[in-house]
Design a binder for this molecule. Structure first.
Ligand SMILES: Cc1ncc(COP(=O)(O)OP(=O)(O)O)c(N)n1
Ligand SMILES: Cc1nc(C(=O)O)sc1CCOP(=O)(O)O
Ligand SMILES: [Mg+2]
Length: 209
């Protein structure tokens, strides 16, 4: 059992804020979730602001960290707890400068030991590896293996996030390999019995891994 692995929910790529706030509350009330990332692609800043206004309180009232994908300035302006930046977004150091020392800043590192070491040494709060499994949520060019997580855990103290196609059924190897967080989209929001059932299934799978 690796009880210290936790869930990191990432929102669906498109959502209607008021309706999704209800879904999010259902997910967060169902079990243990460490953080929520708002990930909206190809929308304008005001659309992101409206979504933050609807969703940030749902997470923060439950003491769940609220992280914005891609947009450090909006994350700072809107009171998010952190930001996630990819390799083609803003460089980590610039994001940190905008967010300040206390905020969470996470960095995508694909399947690269080098990128992860650089992010870790620069001061990232977590590194994210993926994709561990095929995913329909986004086109991915990189495939990460569970051994990468084990190597990271042996080398570094900074938490690592596993992402990409992770489900309650396939997460065991990733959890046992050393993931500190499982970042998930479709297996939660498209779960046939709803997001609450998905969170419960993940919590059980993690506890039994
Ligand atoms: C936790 C987490 N890990 C990886 C990503 C992917 O970020 P990025 O490579 O910038 O791609 P987009 O998500 O922006 O399309 C992530 N968002 N979250
Ligand atoms: C947003 C994202 N980033 C990835 C990466 O590999 O960096 S995979 C991915 C999509 C994750 O969605 P799902 O849980 O539905 O597979
Ligand atoms: Mg990005």
């Amino acid at each position: 059992m690796k009880a210290d692995c936790r869930l990191y929910l990432v929102t669906p790529p498109a959502l209607e804020p008021a309706a999704f706030a209800v879904q999010l509350a259902t997910a967060l009330d169902a079990g243990d979730v460490a953080c929520v990332q708002l990930r909206l692609k190809d929308v304008d800043d005001d659309t992101v602001r409206r979504a933050i206004d609807a969703l940030r309180p749902v997470a923060q009232e439950r003491e769940v960290a609220f992280i914005l994908n891609d947009h450090p300035r909006l994350a700072k302006e809107m009171g998010c707890d952190g930001v996630h930046v990819g390799q083609t977004d803003m460089p980590y150091r610039e994001a940190r400068k905008i967010m300040g020392g206390d905020a969470i800043v996470g960095v995508t590192c694909h399947d690269s030991r080098h990128l992860a070491m650089v992010a870790g040494e620069d001061g990232a709060d977590y590194v994210a590896f993926g994709a561990f499994f095929p995913t329909g949520t986004k086109e991915t060019e990189h495939r990460a293996m569970p051994e990468l997580l084990t190597w990271w855990q042996e080398m570094m103290e900074i938490p690592c996030v596993a992402i990409g196609g992770i489900t309650p059924e396939n997460c065991g190897d990733v959890v046992r390999a050393g993931a500190d967080f499982l970042a998930v989209v479709s297996s939660v929001w498209q779960h046939p019995e709803g997001p609450g059932a998905a969170v419960r299934a993940f919590n059980k799978a993690i506890a039994e891994a």
